[in-house]
Design a protein around this ligand. Sequence first.
Ligand code: BGP
Length: 462
Amino acid sequence: MTVTYKFPEGFWWGSAASATQTEGGTNEDGRGKNIWDYWYELEPNRFFESVGPETTSDFYHRYREDINNMKEIGHNSFRLSISWSRLIPGGEGEVNEKAVTFYNQVIDELINNDIEPFVNLFHFDMPIELQEKGGWENREVVNAYVEYARTSFKLFGDRVKKWFTFNEPIVPVEGGYLYDFHYPNIVNAKKAFQVAYNTMIAHAKAVKVYHDNQDGKIGIILNLTPSYPRSENSADLKAAHICDLFFNRSFLDPAVKGEYPVDLIHLLEEYGQLPTTEKGDKQLLKNNIVDILGVNYYQPRRVKAKGNLPNPYSPFMPDWFFDNYEMPGRKMNPYRGWEIYEKGIYDIMINLRDNYSNIESFISENGMGVQNEDRFIKNGRIEDDYRIDFIKDHLKWLHQAIEEGCNAKGYHLWTFMDNWSWMNAYKNRYGFFSVNIETKERTAKKSASWFAEVSKNNGFHA
Ligand code: BGP
């Protein structure tokens, strides 16, 4: 039986990308360096096939062609990020006029093609000079970020009406301060919590500046990974609850409710891990909640109770409270090593409906990175049926959530065209369009034309 999945009027169809992963042009027009440029100089071997971020997909020069392609495949919205170190080289001080011209052109080109720009301010890309001052550990950097946000709102806020302060702010915490996959590669939980906390303060201050001066919407983009316990046993349930506190609610609660979960505060207190705070912070968080929430969803988190007690002499880690659980029979994306669990998208939305005042939200990233996609070329095009199925299966659950009253307004794929995936560089490809990394030529995959139809019909049959 064929079922029709029709989405609400005005549903946002599009995709998301980030500056460091797509722009290239890193040494042009006065752009400053960020932590990725620097880390690559330091340790190129840590990046897949030693490919760095200098040119990536060359959006800096080819954005007109790309925006035209977006239009072709039915985008009515697109998320980009501003590169802080391009707009304000060094992170503080003078604005780079060439960068203003570039982002103005991109924003205008999108609008002229009826594609609404959603603009994110920070996508893992700390200017290196500010990292040298301690990055998010340092409240001076928080102030610099707020000035950067203020400048961006002033420059582009007349045309951009959806802003996001951060993309996945937990990831620089995990990568840079717990699990060694982002610069500065520190492993220190206490610092990690300070970084997370200060990021949240930066966020709330930027929200305040926005609400005081502008009339659009401002939000944050969080990667919500539902934590599923192995069983209903209380020890497994506790492990899942703690994971949820650390990895989801540490940002979700302050962003949407304006306060941290009490359980999280107690746990950090008990282990002497509470971050340093300043007078007025609590009120700042309370008064500056988001208007809109972007949800990135790739994979669930499955956990079980700890099998062995952690070594009491080892430094504190969140992992003291849970073990990862490999569910037998789980469906995997083997290239990325991530489980595919479509229903997770529905569970997140129901949680937002029931526990987070059904805040306006959308799927701001979802997607499937696949290695060596050239093996699927037929008649010059990558036949990525696996990606079409992946999107369809997630959209079905999103549709179900909307039917049940969830306030989900759109779906953005990660990503528009193949891009530079941090340490994985160009290993796994995610785009509707493939990119030849030598010639930079773009070619539509099968999913691109499928998506054009979905957008045109505001839904699909399956
Ligand atoms: C998200 C990030 C993106 C993107 C995506 C895919 O966490 O917001 O920047 O990279 O994941 O992950 P990866 O590129 O690591 O495969």
